[in-house]
Design a protein around this ligand. Sequence first.
Ligand code: MD3
Ligand code: FE
Length: 201
Amino acid sequence: MLKPLNLRGFEIWKSCLDHPEQAVLLDALRPVLKAAPLFSPEIPGGGRMSVRMTSAGRCGWYSDRRGYRYAESHPSGVDWPAIPGEVLSVWDRVTGLERRPDSCLINHYGEGARMGLHQDRDEADLTWPVVSVSLGDDALFRIGNATRGGRTESVWLESGDVVVMGGPARLTYHGIDRIRFGSSTLLPGGGRINLTLRVAL
Ligand code: MD3
Ligand code: FE
């Protein structure tokens, strides 16, 4: 792990996790996905996200026709499973913070899934950084500005890359335009998993 690349205030740690570490993370996520299965959240405008998701931690990001928020339990009614220790140690390594995240969003991108440009602003205190861990297929990550519109820059995120969004970059518009389905063999069925660690409460 060398120095992070800096793109508009985003710290991008290329190949932060080697292949064995990626496999360990994936194994740690299996029981979480079993207890709290992936679902496609409804969006306020109608329709559903193409990304499937679930969460670990004290709360989980949730969306339905009423809006976006953090929910105390999975839509099935079960508590969100705890954030695996292997995941928390990635946060410790790249942030060096005493405070730990209380939510880990698990996004799954199958063939054709994408995420439009948006800001993350459902958290109570927007001064804490957000950490993203990419596993599986490559994804084209687009970075915009603090307000909608303007020029954007894109970067491919690969399995094992870790991104830290802190300071002014915390409110930057961002999204995933597409994935290169089948570019990695890490996930048995192909696709991409992104972990987003946040101090939400
Ligand atoms: C920039 N996920 O779940 S992770 C999301 O790859 C989300 O699944 C994308 O955006 C994904 O909200 C991108 C990178 C990311 C995550 C959180 C951010 C970028 C961010 C919060 C603030 C600014
Ligand atoms: Fe986001």
